[in-house]
Design a protein around this ligand. Structure first.
Ligand SMILES: N[C@@H](CCC(=O)N[C@@H](CS)C(=O)NCC(=O)O)C(=O)O
Length: 209
């Protein structure tokens, strides 16, 4: 199989999710740089987001569509549960992450730190303080879900957990995120489970180097 091309920066949480699925399913992939917001980007993704996938004639955007595609063409057990209740739970969590958790945790908290690191400008501590409560709230909601079962959709790893992994891994890099996680044993256990997988180490090596 020719490698999949994934466009987007390696530190993006959604790009990391797409890469995790490729690695879990032994689907070769290469990361392609893209100038965010450029016309070339707009031709590949009308809303100028990442990741974008190209694989032969197949062009896709939206991480859940990319993840489903990679899961189906890849090797090994599917990361989409076979039974309707677990499959629906997976969909519920992917939708909740896309609609609520990403904004609360990444856009309004993590990205405040990342912007400061990349621009080498002082940290906007007001923005960190403003973002922290919703980050804590949504990590708490994930913790409550992981308290009920080993993985978000049940007994087995599913695509939903691969959406969670990059978000929580990056949040744990910063003070308030680390402090929140210290009080959330079930989410911490999930992160440890995810971090023990080779895919996680590959995707998180030299993240902001
Ligand atoms: N719904 C999209 C969201 C993708 C997304 O927001 N990606 C972020 C990076 S993690 C992005 O493109 N940010 C650039 C921007 O918001 O302009 C998906 O599932 O792929």
């Amino acid at each position: 199989m020719p490698p999949i091309k994934l466009y987007g920066p390696p530190a993006s949480s959604y790009v990391r999710t797409a890469r995790l699925v490729c690695l879990e399913k032994s689907v070769p992939h290469v990361l392609e740089p893209i100038e965010l917001g450029s016309d070339a980007h707009g031709e590949r993704h009308p809303w100028h987001r990442v990741p974008v996938l190209e694989h032969g004639d197949v062009r896709l955007y939206e991480t859940s569509a990319i993840a489903r595609y990679v899961d189906e063409i890849g090797e090994g057990p599917s990361l989409v549960p076979a039974r309707p209740p677990e499959r629906a739970a997976m969909e519920q969590w992917i939708s909740a992450i896309n609609s609520y958790v990403y904004d609360a945790v990444v856009r309004n908290y993590v990205l405040v730190y990342v912007r400061s690191m990349l621009s080498k400008q002082p940290l906007d501590t007001d923005a960190v303080r403003a973002g922290a409560p919703k980050m804590e709230r949504d990590l708490g909601r994930l913790d409550a879900a992981y308290a009920k079962r080993p993985w978000l959709a049940g007994e087995a790893l599913s695509l939903a957990d691969l959406f969670v992994a990059p978000i929580v891994a990056t949040t744990a890099m910063f003070d308030e995120g680390r402090a929140a996680l210290a009080g959330l044993p079930h989410l911490r256990r999930a992160l440890e489970q995810l971090a023990s997988r080779p895919s996680f180490a590959t995707v998180h090596a030299n993240l902001f180097a």
